[in-house]
Design a protein around this ligand. Structure first.
Ligand SMILES: Cc1cc2nc3c(=O)[nH]c(=O)nc-3n(C[C@H](O)[C@H](O)[C@H](O)COP(=O)(O)OP(=O)(O)OC[C@H]3O[C@@H](n4cnc5c(N)ncnc54)[C@H](O)[C@@H]3O)c2cc1C
Length: 414
């Protein structure tokens, strides 16, 4: 297969892995970002390589659950009323795509990608010498009350059996024995034992980017918005001057629309914003815990215990409103000896979501030699190396290792 010049725009987990996969196939690759690799969403997440996430987050279909969100009774979801009108078309589609029959098809497709996440990361972690960042003890999905715990435990066992996952059901005493640092009032937890957790997600992306450079790839700072089509392919302006390439990949995560919109694509994309803050917890737990009923995650990191929040439906660039974080902090203090906050202000990021809960991976329908790899929602850190391999195989005209059709951009029309 002939080697090509390829531009990859965006150096989050998805873009870095894409650039690396293409470089490892012998192509001349320039990776472009306006800042250092792994400084945005791929830095601020909970750091879990979610082998258990075979079911993407659906829009709730029961009216009581929808009503709970609208009336702001839970802490897992928050929204800006001012954003609702512009979000409505994508949210309406999200609701439709969450209907049982459509959702079942999405789960089948999604689980086929997720099942490769550990093996694809494992190979890169070994090559990048990043084993020091990895913990292999899984994570805990915890419940404060007995009824939702019993129901969730039954569902988890069913999911685990169907998808070949390892999960243990822990009562309160079992949870204390497994993770003594979580000493608050909890009815029980589901211990997902397959997933790996990363103690500094941004650093893992930096190590993958360093591997890309070591293998001969070029990283350049530049603005993806300057991308222009030329007779021979594509050009973008960087601090090192204009870079030309035969092919280009857009991997801009939550900023993908800044390029796809001007190019005339109307994908049902939206963001679910999320906050985090670190705390000097003592003792420090050894594995993450999701407090389902209070809508937050605690993830042990090198900087401290990272508290991450659920979904905030808002314009990507709207002023931060960290209400969920404030509520979560109050609940977390009952669960663990949280300690003082490490930073003065919380971090804010945005999950790049697609209404049908599947990333957009493949050839741009209306532009020659342009490719897409974005929209990984809640699991972009998990799926980065997986969709990178999928896209690289498609770009090289090979039979891909998973069925690529559920992710093809053409599903939203040309
Ligand atoms: C609170 C929270 C917790 C999460 N927890 C997890 C988890 O535990 N596990 C998991 O798998 N996923 C998790 N996620 C989701 C995951 O973080 C994202 O899906 C993933 O990081 C998306 O990666 P990306 O490379 O597509 O985007 P990004 O990491 O955002 O990368 C996009 C890149 O594009 C660059 N860029 C943007 N505009 C331009 C421009 N004009 N010119 C040049 N460069 C530009 C940015 O600088 C950035 O580097 C979480 C997300 C949040 C918010």
């Amino acid at each position: 297969m002939a080697s090509k010049d390829i531009l990859v725009l965006g150096a989050g987990m998805v873009g870095v892995c894409t650039a690396l996969a293409l470089r490892q196939r012998g192509h001349a690759v320039v990776l472009v970002d306006r800042q250092a690799p792994g400084r945005e969403t791929s830095y601020g997440n909970a750091g879990i390589i979610q082998r258990e996430a075979v079911q993407p987050y659906a829009f709730p279909r029961e009216w009581m659950a929808v009503l709970r969100v609208i009336t702001r009774q839970g802490n897992d979801v928050h929204y800006h009323p001012a954003a609702l009108a512009s979000l409505m078309p994508a949210l309406a589609r999200y609701w439709r795509e969450s209907a049982p029959d459509r959702y079942a098809a999405t789960v089948a497709a999604y689980s086929a990608l997720i099942r490769h996440c550990l093996t694809e990361h494992e190979r890169l972690i070994a090559l990048a010498g990043a084993q020091d960042l990895v913990r292999r003890s899984g994570w805990l999905q915890a419940y404060r009350s007995a009824a939702p715990f019993d129901q969730a435990a039954r569902t988890a066992m069913e999911v685990a059996r169907h998808h070949g996952l390892d999960c243990r059901i822990l009562d309160q005493a079992g949870l204390r024995a497994t993770e003594p640092a979580y000493c608050g009032p909890v009815a029980g937890a589901i211990h997902w034992r397959d997933p790996w957790t990363i103690v500094d997600p941004g650093e893992l992306v930096s190590r993958y980017a360093a591997l890309f450079s070591k293998e001969g790839g070029i990283f350049s700072r530049g603005d993806a918005a300057t991308l222009k089509q030329t007779e021979g392919g594509w050009t973008v302006q960087t601090e090192d001057g204009p870079v030309e390439a035969a092919e280009a990949v857009i991997a801009l995560g939550p900023w993908a629309t800044t390029l796809t919109r001007p190019f005339g694509y109307r994908f049902p994309l939206f963001v679910k914003r999320g906050y985090h803050r670190h705390y000097a917890a003592e003792p420090m737990p050894s594995m993450p815990l999701l407090d389902v009923e209070n809508g937050f995650m605690l993830a042990p990191m090198q900087r401290g215990l990272r508290l991450t929040t659920g979904a905030e439906f808002a314009h990507h660039d709207a002023t931060p409103t960290p209400i969920q974080l404030q509520n979560a902090e109050r609940h977390a203090r009952v669960l663990v000896r949280l300690g003082a906050a490490v930073e003065d202000t919380p971090w804010l990021g945005a999950r790049p979501c697609v209404a049908d809960m599947r990333p957009i991976v493949g050839r741009a329908p209306r532009h020659r030699s342009l490719w897409f790899n974005f929209g990984h929602g809640h699991q972009g850190f998990t799926l980065g190396p997986v969709t990178a391999r999928l896209l690289a195989e498609l770009m090289d005209g090979e039979q891909p290792f998973v069925d690529a059709r559920p992710y093809d951009p053409i599903r939203f029309g040309a």
